[in-house]
Design a binder for this molecule. Structure first.
Ligand code: GTP
Ligand code: SPV
Ligand code: MN
Length: 605
């Protein structure tokens, strides 16, 4: 479609201003069609930016290798530019919005020279549904366009829903690498150096400005930027929740179904849990979403969740037929792979795919790579390599995954990667105690963010540390207050889980993956009023016989997994008291300090 055909005056003007500033060679409004996807794919293959994979083994699949500086989100280049620094809070990087816009306007000036400006109208949530939010992303990256095609609903149907004066979140994106006359990318991934990357959010005016990165959460602006950072602010103002959560449906052998939503930090198991194949007979798990949940109260007083996305941007390493069968089936076709390894026969490979590679591979940096199981060579696939794949292709997708009314949530899970202390599962005493547990989540840092030290434990409250668009202390308050919209019996129960306990010699204590269904079963039973629990100073826990123990776990290990590690918890309390809660100053709800005191008292008894 041509710019002049646009009916929406404000949108047209916004694009025209951007064209004047960014000076692209062409402007193209995306229609969201299959033909458009194919054309852009072919163009990138021709330019040497994409590799078409084996048409028999992986029909419709592409491989991209990004620049080594552009393989993950960059948290220290991500900004919440609210009018005051206090509104952004202690956990966000802040720059004054006027100053930041000035800096970025200078960067945007002429940034699309030699390139095409793509205009992507997209909908988070089913097009036209009352809960959906529309965004329009302007980008100079065809890679972003085809990824947005999969991850969101894109194109003319969105413009139709927007009509002549509908509301949209304007999103600027540029890879920040203008081309000189006659210059081309020459097969290399375009991006700007780290210190010029900006992933910026203006919460009061609901705008997103991204510059310098083409990767995932930095560039697919519907995902972390709109559906979490901006939406969290909308949710606070409008009385709902925008969360970094998977949504799953679990059905017991009698055919009774419940829905569970779970917040784990990046690369801590959401996709895997959402697609889990239970190892306990008769139980079934289906997928509603794997990364983001928007939750609103229904007229019956229960919280309903929708998945605003249309695809999965999943971590490749560790994904195998054994660990995540449904993901492996989903990515058999029409999938974009980024930074995985390439085999001789033009297929993909990564660490933990479940089989040894044959012969020489090309690793994610484009170099030859020979597998040697005795040698600790650098990984062939980047630890944060990803697949972008349509949710509709997932064999475990729940039939109601696009229901605009959402699904009623029975339980929330919070968790992270913790080698010690945190038990396999813990139930909160009530909603407020659940909010307390969410506020103290800690997790080992993963490769999903570029600029952090992998392995170090950091507090990541509600798995929202990198994604909350306002003061985290006020976010805790919002979670406490939202309970007042209904009665306690209608609220989801809240659980702490940890699949990542390790032995002293660094082995997993818990097999994880499909066996996590054993924990889900207990949670299901608790929500159903039948599961057993014992009260402890940290919360309610299953007695040893309440969880079906996998054959691979000894009775002794099960005891470790389900015991209250008093010493470890006292250290947690100490760290929270000294290093975590004080950060939030007087924004921290005092109820949370009281619960910390209460927990400490209980542990010292
Ligand atoms: P984001 O997309 O970054 O938000 O990540 P995610 O939370 O969806 O994480 P994902 O499910 O992709 O898992 C990340 C990594 O953790 C993968 O390498 C998985 O194989 C591994 N993993 C997932 N679940 C488990 C588990 O139960 N046990 C163990 N040991 N590893 C797991
Ligand atoms: C995450 O880091 O939590 C992701 C991947 O889901 S990205 O979209 O790159 O943020
Ligand atoms: Mn995520």
């Amino acid at each position: 479609m041509e710019l002049k055909e646009l009916k929406h005056k404000k949108l047209k003007k916004w694009i025209e201003d951007a064209v004047e500033l960014m000076q692209p060679d062409n402007v193209y409004v995306c229609d969201g069609s299959k033909t458009e996807y194919e054309r852009l794919s072919e163009q990138m293959v021709k330019e040497g930016l994409a590799i078409r994979l084996n048409a028999q083994k992986r029909p419709g699949c592409l491989l991209f290798r990004s620049d080594p500086s552009d393989v993950a989100r960059v948290e220290n280049r991500t900004f919440i530019a609210s009018r005051t620094q206090d509104a952004a809070g202690p956990t966000n990087n802040w720059i004054d919005p006027v100053e930041l816009k000035q800096t970025m306007t200078d960067l945007y000036r002429g940034c699309m020279r030699g390139r095409t400006m793509y205009v992507i109208p997209f909908s988070m949530g089913p097009v036209g549904s009352p809960i959906a939010k529309i965004g329009v992303e302007i980008t100079d990256s065809a890679y972003v366009v085809i990824n947005m095609h999969i991850m969101t609903r894109v194109g003319t149907r969105v413009l139709d829903a927007l009509g002549g004066d509908g509301e949209f979140v304007p999103c600027y994106h540029s890879v920040g690498k203008p081309l000189k006359k006659g210059e081309s990318d020459n097969g290399t991934w375009p991006c700007a150096p780290l210190e010029k990357k900006y992933i910026s959010h203006f919460p009061e005016t609901r705008e997103i400005w991204s510059y310098g990165s083409g990767y995932g959460g930095n560039a697919l602006l519907g995902k972390k930027c709109l559906a979490l950072r901006i939406a969290s602010v909308m949710a606070r103002d409008e009385g709902w929740l925008a969360e970094h959560m998977l949504i799953l449906k679990i059905t017991n052998p009698q055919g009774k179904a419940k829905y569970i939503a779970g917040a784990f930090p990046s690369a801590c198991g959401k996709t895997n849990l959402a697609m889990l194949v239970p190892t306990i007979p008769g139980w079934k798990v289906e997928t509603v979403g794997d990364d983001i949940a928007w939750l609103k109260f229904g007229s019956d007083g229960r919280l309903y969740a929708i998945n605003p996305e249309a695809g999965f941007f999943g971590v490749a390493p560790g994904t195998s037929e054994e660990s995540n069968y449904n993901a492996m089936k989903t990515i058999e076709k029409n999938t974009i792979f980024t930074n995985v390894a390439l085999t001789k026969d033009m297929d993909v490979w990564w660490e933990g795919i479940g089989y040894e590679p044959e012969g020489t591979l090309i690793d994610w940096t484009g170099k030859e790579w020979v597998y040697d199981k005795n040698k600790n060579n650098a990984p062939a696939a980047h630890p944060n390599s990803r697949f972008t794949t349509p949710a509709s292709q997932c064999p475990s997708i729940a039939h109601e995954w696009e229901d605009p009314n959402g699904v009623p949530i029975s339980a929330f899970l919070f968790g992270g990667r913790r080698a010690h202390t945190i038990p396999l599962v813990l139930e909160s005493k009530n909603w407020l105690h659940g909010v307390f547990l969410g506020s103290i989540v800690g997790s080992e840092v993963t490769a999903a963010a570029l600029d952090l030290k992998v392995g170090q434990v950091r507090r990541d409250p509600f798995a929202m540390l990198p994604f909350c668009g306002y003061h985290m202390g006020d976010y805790f308050k919002h979670w406490i207050h939202i309970a007042r919209k209904t009665t306690p019996d209608k609220l989801p129960k809240i659980y702490f889980v940890n699949w990542f306990r390790k032995t002293d010699d660094d082995k997993w204590l818990w097999p994880g993956y499909g066996d996590n269904s054993r924990v889900l079963k207990w949670i299901f039973e608790r929500c159903d009023g039948s599961g057993k629990a014992v009260e402890t100073p940290i919360g309610n826990m299953p007695p040893l016989d309440a969880i079906d123990r996998p054959a691979s776990v000894s009775a002794q290990d099960m005891e470790i997994l389900l015991k209250v590690d008093t010493e470890g918890w006292l250290q947690e309390v100490d760290d929270i008291r000294r290093n975590h809660y004080p950060k939030f100053g007087d924004h921290l709800p005092k109820e949370l300090y009281e619960l910390l005191d209460e927990m400490e008292k209980g542990l010292r008894k």
